[in-house]
Design a protein around this ligand. Sequence first.
Ligand SMILES: *[C@@H]1O[C@H](CO)[C@@H](O)[C@H](O)[C@H]1NC(C)=O
Ligand SMILES: *[C@@H]1O[C@H](CO)[C@@H](O)[C@H](O)[C@H]1NC(C)=O
Ligand SMILES: *[C@@H]1O[C@H](CO)[C@@H](O)[C@H](O)[C@H]1NC(C)=O
Ligand SMILES: [Cu+2]
Length: 228
Amino acid sequence: MKAFATLAALTLSALPQVAAHYRFPSLIVGSTTTTAFQYVRQSSNWNSPITDVTSNDLRCNAGASSGASTSTYTVAAGSTVGFALDQAIFHPGVLNVYLTKVTNATTADGSTGWFKIYQVSAVTNGGTSITWPTDNATQFTFSLPKSIPSGQYLMRIEHIALHSASSTGGAQFYISCAQLNVTGGGSANPATVSIPGVYSATDPGILINIYWPVPTTYVQPGPTVFTG
Ligand SMILES: *[C@@H]1O[C@H](CO)[C@@H](O)[C@H](O)[C@H]1NC(C)=O
Ligand SMILES: *[C@@H]1O[C@H](CO)[C@@H](O)[C@H](O)[C@H]1NC(C)=O
Ligand SMILES: *[C@@H]1O[C@H](CO)[C@@H](O)[C@H](O)[C@H]1NC(C)=O
Ligand SMILES: [Cu+2]
């Protein structure tokens, strides 16, 4: 028992170093970066990545299927919003941001339809090189579409790390969801996808050896960006 307790203590104290992956804990609105996990749902896994694209954890991360202790930020459609990281991105990969309209952002489980509002892909050069504009990033900002209907939303960010993506299930999804209450919106009705469902483990941008041969092109996972 004592040996176990000591081992457990050692393991726990080692965790922050061993498992300190980058996360997206803070919502950005305009020029304000909000407190970590105030408007972003906290996960239960220290943001170990999700690797199963068929899991419901692909929606908002493990342990984040509701947001009882998370606040909802009221923001006008068309505003600049974003997410700040707790540490710079250190895996090569790509980024997507999705919205889903919900009746209550606190209780929403992400089973409603999602549309993409922002992405950062890879840059290829006909097989000479592939580079990753998300390298070393500490935050991302973009616009909430002006035309989306007013109401509550989950805003989901994912970084898909591709350093181990040459075998099935090797891509790593780092995910957070923020809770928004959008005002002053319009009447757009963007086409949506389901999460899970939007990705297959064998999508060309998910099952890929990024090192050799150097990919000639990169196919960004998911639908096109809704820009309305
Ligand atoms: C959302 O659900 C929470 C938890 O059930 C409740 O306290 C809150 O009043 C609801 N908010 C709205 C706007 O319906
Ligand atoms: C990211 O940081 C590393 C380590 O400082 C550096 O080697 C690399 O060139 C940087 N990449 C970009 C795209 O800035
Ligand atoms: C959303 O914003 C509207 C308009 O300001 C407000 O009446 C409503 O209480 C807000 N809802 C939440 C959940 O913050
Ligand atoms: Cu890692």
